[in-house]
Design a binder for this molecule. Structure first.
Ligand SMILES: Nc1ncnc2c1ncn2[C@@H]1O[C@H](COP(=O)(O)OP(=O)(O)O)[C@@H](O)[C@H]1O
Ligand SMILES: [Mg+2]
Length: 336
């Protein structure tokens, strides 16, 4: 079978382990550094002064080394953000929850597993055609660490970028051995090398090899549900898929979180959908709903999440709350 895209050489030289630790200026597990009390300056107050290519400024290094405000999981948690329907807020949820966790001091990797590359854009990562990322990891067997980039908005947030070429991976993986477990192995290697706490995988709205790889690699599923139409049918399809993956490829996979998005408290429809989802999934549905918000929708065109773009907006507050609720589960829930 012909390959549609030529193999490319990586644009960047392979980093050494020293480079890695320099880039991942995060707190090694278990080292609590004493900091004076009082509020930490929020990173998102001055995103312009943050240049990921330079050495960290003193202040930023200090912040990166501050003990996390949110609790660290004992084992890294690997989430796939999935819903077979498009336009329900998967990418928006993936990037904003990832940023919420990172701003809470946790070490986060977002894997953009959608050829559209919208998550990469929203996290401020420049990704012209040819930028190495998820395609190289899945198809060429590169390590995640080779291509993950630091978001300009938080030193704790790393991004494995996607470009349109990733679409070819669907086809190319179909003819490769061990094709469903490619991402899983790459993630295991990354976890061994890094102090990562959370990995979030943003998926395309289809159930091809890309999403399958994510479902095999993840331990938890976060499902965004748009509260603007009766959405439970789509979720039933997703649950069937999860059961099949669980039975055959990944026993540990569990739907642990549902997030209601684009919620408009003024409409009966939003309230009805929310109530119905909550009654079916009382344990899994997060207590906060994400409001429909222009700020949330326009943030990606500035290469930002709403948390950095409009930190004081309702949308930002809701995503911060969602990230906190998810993080707090390590103390309140049996997760595995
Ligand atoms: N809470 C929200 N309020 C307003 N617009 C939103 C909200 N969440 C997502 N959107 C917008 O809806 C569209 C689809 O969201 P997206 O996250 O890209 O969905 P998916 O990844 O599931 O396709 C995007 O234009 C996004 O900006
Ligand atoms: Mg998307």
């Amino acid at each position: 079978m012909p390959l549609f895209f030529k193999k490319r050489k990586s644009a960047k030289p392979k980093p050494t382990k020293d480079d890695f630790w320099k880039d991942h200026a995060s707190v090694p597990r278990g080292t609590g550094i004493e900091l004076p009390s009082g509020p930490r300056r929020a990173r998102f107050d001055t995103p312009e002064d943050w240049d990921p290519n330079s050495e960290y400024g003193e202040e930023i290094l200090e912040e990166a080394q501050a003990p996390p405000r949110l609790p660290r999981p004992k084992e890294p948690r690997v989430f796939v953000v999935a819903n077979q329907k498009g336009g329900v807020g998967k990418t928006t949820t993936a990037v904003n929850v990832a940023m919420g966790l990172a701003l809470g001091g946790l070490n986060v990797l977002l894997i953009d597993n959608d050829p559209q590359g919208n998550a990469t854009t929203a996290l401020g990562i420049d990704h012209p055609s040819g930028t190495p990322g998820t395609y190289e990891v899945l198809v060429e067997g590169d390590a995640i660490i080779q291509h993950a980039q630091v978001s300009p908005h938080s030193p704790n947030l790393h991004v494995l970028p996607a470009v349109l070429d990733l679409a070819a991976a669907e086809m190319e993986l179909a003819i490769q051995q061990g094709r469903e477990a490619r991402l899983k192995h790459a993630i295991e290697d990354y976890i061994d090398l890094s102090g990562v706490d959370y990995i979030l995988i943003d998926c395309p709205p289809s159930l091809g090899m890309l999403t399958l790889n994510a479902l095999v690699a993840a331990t938890e599923i976060l499902v965004p549900i748009q509260t603007e139409y009766y959405a439970l049918e789509g979720v039933t399809a997703l649950l069937n898929t999860i059961e099949r993956v669980k039975g055959n490829l990944n026993d540990r996979l569990k739907l642990t979180n549902i997030l209601l998005t684009m919620y408009d408290k003024r409409t009966n429809l939003s309230r009805d959908v929310a109530a119905e989802v909550r009654s079916h999934f009382p344990e899994e549905t997060l207590s906060i709903e994400i409001p429909r918000s222009v700020r949330i929708a326009e943030a990606p065109s500035f290469g930002q999440t709403v948390l950095t773009y409009q930190p004081r907006s309702d949308g930002a507050a809701a995503y911060v709350r969602a990230a906190e609720e998810i993080a707090d589960q390590v103390e309140t829930k049996e997760l595995s």
